[in-house]
Structure formats: structure tokens, C-alpha cells
Design a protein around this ligand. Sequence first.
Ligand code: 6XA
Ligand code: ZN
Length: 329
Amino acid sequence: MEIFGGEIVPPFECPKRMDIILDRIKTVELGPIEPPIEYGMEPVEKIHDKAYLTFLETCWSEWEKEDFNGEAVANCWPTRTMNAPHIPRHIEGKIGYYALASETTITKGTWEAALASKNVALTATDKVMQGERAVFALCRPPGHHAAADQFGGYCFLNNAAIAAQYARDNGAKKVAILDVDFHHGNGTQHIFYDRDDVFFLSLHGDPMDTFPYFLGHTDETGDKAGIGYTANYPMPPKSDYKIWKQSLTDALDKIKAYSPDLLLVSLGVDTFEDDPISFFKLKSHNFTDYGALIADLELPTVFIMEGGYAVEKVGINTVNVLNGFEKAC
Ligand code: 6XA
Ligand code: ZN
């Protein structure tokens, strides 16, 4: 379930999205489809806090032990007036400590799904590290809102961050993460904020107007060694492809100047004009166009699936990016 506009609704982020994308990949014969390999916990523990991982793993069984009838969901947070040095013992307090928003619940299977998703991202990254020009990781659940010890916005493990760190540990000196999802990738930004070896760039709805609300402004440019290695492009409601493309062009110029060994694209297609929870106005053919612009960087590239909730069009829009990329290679 999801809490949306004060109502309990079926989640916008649903398995059908994946079926539709996979169908579209098969229809256009984009390329071979392969299952993920198991990578274990080591690459995950390089990004996420140990106690947070234990919480994710045990949350549902702890919740079930209470007399609760619904899914595990946060309803009390450590807010601005609380320093929160202690992590509560009770699961209701613990989930509030680790949640960044309340739309996302934890249920039976959440942890297993999150683990499978990071394996998909790592499998794709390995293939590109071994010489493929580009691979698409059809990840679900998504990852870019998840921080080292926070979940929310449908994200539990930060697939792109785990993949970037894995690439760093396996020979890539510099990695760029281009986040084109409609929402700011607050988790990815926070994880790499003080580092210069992973450059994070995000194009998104202005956080003054949309989720995740509290991060993603232009003046967030990094900290310490990471100063200059975070770039944010917040855009106002109703922004169309003309506006969006200007931001993309600037971001691509910055990536080119940085000259990374690997490009990770946090690929969300919720920038689409008919997306039910977003406010940009991109059309289906715009996705093809920007896929080609990303290809022009001539970088080894891993596309990692994030959001996109206009379910009937999610396959066309996602595969348009990949096709646009492929045709321009
Ligand atoms: C919560 C909105 C969550 C957005 C999740 C998403 N009301 N992130 O698509 O990219
Ligand atoms: Zn999104």
C-alpha cells in the first residue's frame, strides 16, 4: 500500500512496470536478456550502514510480532527539534528512525527484492567493466532516494551508489552518475557528497514543489574534497523538453570535462507528460532524443532503472532512451 493524498492506495511503484518494460525490450529486440548474478553483501556494506541493513532484514518479522494488521510503515520521526542519538528498541520507533518518508512500506519480501535489485545493478556494471559498451539494469525496487541509513521514495538499497563503489573498487578511477529521474536523487547525493571520485549530477523537479522536498537545490555543490562534484538542475512545474534539454546539455558538458571511466545513468522516466505523480512535460520521442545525446559522450554506460509510473507507456519511454542511445553508438 501507499499513503497518497491522505488515502491508502495501491503503490504507484508496482511489478507490472517491470513486465511492461521487459515486453518492450523483447518486442524491439534490444539485445540479450540475462539474469543477475549473486554478489553477496560486501559491495552493499561499502555503502550502507550495518545496523540499517540489519533493520531492513528484520523489520518485517519484528513488525509481525506486534499486533499490527497492516504493512510496516513509519509514523513518528526524529525531526528538527530532536537530535536522536538513540535508535529506539521498538520497531515502530526504529522504522521512524530509518524512514525518510511514509509512502514506502516494508512487507514480506521487501528485503529479498532489494537484494535482487542490487544484484541486477552489479551484474550490469560488471559486464560494462568487462568491455560491453552499455548495459541496462532493470532494477526493482529503485534506489536513488536510499541513503547510507535511510529508506523511502520506494527505495531501500541505493543500486546506483553500490554499483559506483563497486566500479571504483574494481579499477574505475572516476565515475559519473547522471540522474535523469523526475525526482532528485537525494540518497546518491548524500552518499557521495564529500567525494571527488564520484561526480553526481541530477535533473529534477524543484524540491520547493515536489518530493523529496528537502534536497536538490542548485546551491548544493558538495562538501570538503567533494566541492564541485555535485550538480543539481531543479526545474519548475510544466517544464518541457526544451527546458529539460538545456539542463541535460550543461550536465553532459560537465561530465565530458570530468572525463570519467564509467557513466551510470539513474534512469527514471517519470519526466513523462502523463506521469501520475510528476510535473514535467516530456513526450515519448524526447526520450529517444536524449538517449542519443548521452551516447555522444562515448563512455561505457550502465543504465539503472529508477522511477516512471505512467505504466502503459513505461516500456516505450524506457526503451526509447536505450534505443536512442544504441542507434547513436
Ligand atoms: C512520494 C513520491 C515518491 C517518488 C518516488 C520516485 N510521494 N523517485 O519516483 O524517483
Ligand atoms: Zn522518480
